[in-house]
Design a protein around this ligand. Structure first.
Ligand code: 5GP
Ligand code: MN
Length: 331
């Protein structure tokens, strides 16, 4: 990684480092944040992680004794940290808007040096140092590259390695997507050699479901799945009422859109989740079909070619109808 030197140079003498990542945290945003946190702490820096919202339950284990200060519950603390930081990292996102409006404005206004490390397309110009590589499977892989390229491989231990392994694992569908390369496996090997226990990580992350969660997921697939055969499209959705019935908590439907995509003959899957003030949408596709453009054009979103997301501010039914009406044009 060419930029490793300039990052190490930028954080030199920093008294307060703040590490931020995007809204609706996932394995990669939490993993890259905690991996970088523990790495800079091992270098002797004082650092904190500030995210827009709390860490989802299924990856709560990876926090160990660390705290992620979330803006949703502690806006004043986050504000204070952003304002006082002399270095701010932006991990796994490509524009301040991905922090949400309020935290995004605070990030933009902050006077510290800003460093982005990310793998999303088309980054905004919002930082002083930018590492942007959309060919890399995950931001967590970029953090491992940073550690290696800065000559600090020997600092990697299980505590640093676990979140980074988690981030690579979750952003690659457990190492199966085309974004995984031989380099990914070389870096994973380094993590395993440093004490990471991969079977523990898989078990803690994936084999820890609440019964209500399993029932909600089963219900959605059994009762709320619609196939548009002509175009090879699967649509799943869930209402607020159904979420209540199964005592939904954030993260319960994580990855469910991939189950819809795994149906024989399906090339595009869309998942519409009704919320209090919007419908959150996840899109997935196979092969050359791109879903990020459709999301950017019509649903205030974006993302990667095969995995994108967005939001809609009309009813669940209207949102699904809108999506269906766009299908002939895009696919
Ligand atoms: P997910 O379906 O897992 O929520 O999101 C998949 C991917 O789509 C994310 O990694 C992110 O790149 C992108 N994405 C999700 N939601 C949004 C959004 O609201 N805006 C933008 N620009 N990208 C999103
Ligand atoms: Mn990512």
């Amino acid at each position: 990684m060419r930029e490793a030197k300039s990052i190490i140079e930028t954080i030199k003498n920093a008294k307060r480092i703040v590490i931020t990542s995007h809204k609706s945290p996932d394995g990669d945003s939490v993993g890259s944040s905690l991996g970088l946190l523990r790495f800079v702490q091992a270098l002797g820096y004082n650092a904190v992680v500030c995210h827009p919202d709390p860490c989802p339950n299924f990856i709560d284990w990876v926090k160990e004794n660390d705290t992620i200060i979330d803006f949703e519950n502690n806006p004043a603390d986050v504000k204070e940290h952003l304002e006082a930081a002399d270095v701010l990292f932006a991990l796994d996102y490509n524009g301040a808007g991905r922090l949400g409006n309020e935290m995004g404005e605070l990030f933009t206004a902050a006077s510290g040096k800003k460093i982005m490390i990310d793998h999303h397309l088309n980054p905004d110009d919002f930082v002083d140092v930018a590492i942007s590589d959309p060919s890399v499977c995950s931001t967590s892989q970029l953090i491992v590259e940073l550690i290696v390229a800065s000559g600090n491989s020997d600092l990697i231990n299980a505590s640093i390695g676990n979140p980074l392994y988690l981030g690579i694992m979750t952003d690659t569908g457990s190492f199966r997507f085309s974004s995984v390369t031989s380099r990914t496996h070389e870096l994973l090997a380094l993590l395993l050699k440093s004490g990471v226990k991969q079977s523990d990580i898989h078990e803690k992350t994936f084999d820890n479901n609440r019964l209500d969660q399993l029932r909600l997921r089963s219900y959605i697939i059994a009762e709320r799945l619609e196939i548009v055969e002509q175009y090879g499209i699967a649509i799943i959705s869930v209402t607020n009422k159904e979420k209540e019935r199964f005592h939904y908590i954030k993260g319960d439907t994580e990855g469910l859109v991939n189950v819809a995509l795994a149906i024989e003959g399906i090339k595009v899957a869309a998942f519409f989740v009704e919320g209090d003030d919007m419908v959150k949408i996840s899109f997935r596709s196979k092969g050359d079909i791109a879903v990020n453009q459709l999301s950017a054009d019509n649903f205030n979103g974006g993302g990667h070619k095969n995995a994108a997301g967005g939001a809609s501010f009309v009813s669940l039914e209207e949102t699904i109808e809108k999506f269906k009406s766009l299908v002939p044009k895009y696919f």
